[in-house]
Design a protein around this ligand. Structure first.
Ligand code: F3S
Length: 429
């Protein structure tokens, strides 16, 4: 057996040597080699009650993944814990032209159904477990502080680390599954106390509550994969992690993770570790980044508009990347409903899709808000807008969104919440 630098228990060594079969040995070897690359000291047991997988889409071209899944199932190497998974890529309710529909079904996501079957056999929690916001109460995959996780979805990892105080690295797809199967993950980076220290202090000195998605974008682009310690934001958010604050931090975190590669942030007087340890979380040589109104304006103005015709009227709007919480969904519903009524209108001027986890949609559909949203013409869906837009035809479509993650990875144009509301109600800003 090759010599590894990390400490392995006798049981882990036995698995590497084939005690639980060839496939399990390969899974363990992959985790060990992955850990060695990042200087891991040992393998840490996964303690979170559930896993979360990032690969939810049945792209026809991912044949090696499907073969791998078949082997895992055949050899009985299924997940030692149940897992949730990122949102599905398509939903018949979301507007798409006939050519787009053909491309989605016949070419792009032709393996969706069989991949869904594989996920179910490997340990998927349920048919309703497709969402990136798996930590919402309605979904039920909410880690506790200190839990060690085997996740990869960047928006979920940054939320779990920062808001919940769990421990997880920014792993890749398949590594997340292997960690869940083996029940261990390599210990390095954000799993260690040292790796959770901040090498940036961000001073928020704005004159009003910053737009979560722009603040996150600014910090992500500056600190990249480092850990920021953010001062001055509690002035706007308060010191309690209530529903509104958690929703703000979800959107903020997703922007830090996609515009940069942040896996953990601390917010003074607010997030769990910052409340416990305060300035002890800051490295001595930490750099400082000051954010004021002008800096946020500069960041937003620098986003490129890559539509074919930058002055085109938007043809589609997405709100909910990451997926909306129940509270966000009801707030958006009332905002659209009331704005339309105030203008003497009933239906939105631009085809608009709100996206949320299936379990949140179920709760919403049983509420008094469902009829109101239906009346506005807004579509409520469980999809991932990024997967929906991930095709050449969508690149030509003028799409607007309030998600900085969607802006980063697609041709969608970013607008603030206020701009989005005005656009979908009036059709123009
Ligand atoms: Fe979630 Fe898809 Fe956005 S996974 S964060 S809705 S890109």
């Amino acid at each position: 057996m090759p010599q590894y630098n990390m400490r392995l228990t006798p049981e882990q060594t036995a698995i590497l040597e084939g005690a639980k079969g060839e496939t399990m040995a390969k899974i363990m070897k992959t985790l060990v080699m992955y850990g060695e690359t990042f200087g891991a000291t040992h393998l840490e047991p996964v303690t979170g009650s559930m896993g979360h997988l990032v690969t939810s889409f049945g792209l026809g071209v991912m044949k090696p993944v499907y073969e791998l899944m078949d082997t895992l199932i055949k050899e009985g190497c299924v997940s030692s814990q149940q897992f949730t998974v990122d949102p599905k890529p398509i939903d018949p309710k979301v507007p798409a032209g006939p050519i787009e529909k053909l491309i989605f079904k016949k070419f792009m996501y032709s393996a969706q159904r069989s991949y869904d079957d594989q996920l179910a056999k490997l340990g998927l929690l349920s048919d309703a477990a497709y969402t990136c916001a798996c930590y919402f109460d309605e979904v039920g995959n909410t880690p506790r502080q200190g839990d060690v996780l085997s996740w990869a979805e960047s928006s979920a990892v940054v939320y779990a680390n920062s808001v919940l105080g769990a421990r997880c690295n920014r792993n890749s797809g398949i590594i997340d599954l292997f960690g869940s199967i083996a029940g261990v993950v390599p210990c390095f980076g954000l799993l260690t106390d040292e790796g959770r220290k901040a090498s940036w202090v961000v001073e928020v000195r704005t004159t009003k509550k910053p737009e979560a998605q722009i603040l996150g974008s600014a910090i992500g682009m500056r600190v990249m994969e480092d850990v920021p310690y953010i001062r001055g934001l509690d002035r706007w958010l308060g010191g309690e992690l209530n529903d509104d604050v958690r929703a703000y931090l979800k959107d903020f975190g997703a922007a830090t993770a996609s515009n940069g590669a942040v896996g953990l942030y601390h917010i003074e007087n607010l997030t769990p570790e910052a409340r416990e340890k305060g300035d002890d979380l800051i490295r001595e040589d930490a750099q400082v980044y000051v954010i004021d109104d002008a800096e946020l304006q500069r960041i937003k103005a620098a986003y490129p508009v890559i539509w074919k015709n930058p002055d085109a009227k938007p043809r589609l709007c997405f709100v909910g990347c990451p997926h909306l919480s129940y509270a966000q969904l009801t707030e958006w519903t009332m905002a659209v409903y009331n704005s339309l009524r105030a203008m003497g209108k009933t239906r939105v001027a631009i085809p608009t899709v709100f996206t949320a986890p299936p379990a949140v949609i179920e709760r919403f559909n049983a509420s008094e808000y469902a009829e109101k949203l239906k009346a506005t013409g807004v579509i409520l869906s469980y999809i991932c807008p990024l997967m929906y837009m991930n095709n050449p035809l969508c690149g030509k479509k003028p799409v607007v969104t309030n998600s900085n993650k969607l802006r980063t990875y697609t041709s969608a144009r970013y607008c603030t919440d206020e701009e989005i509301l005005s656009l979908i109600v009036k059709g123009v800003n």
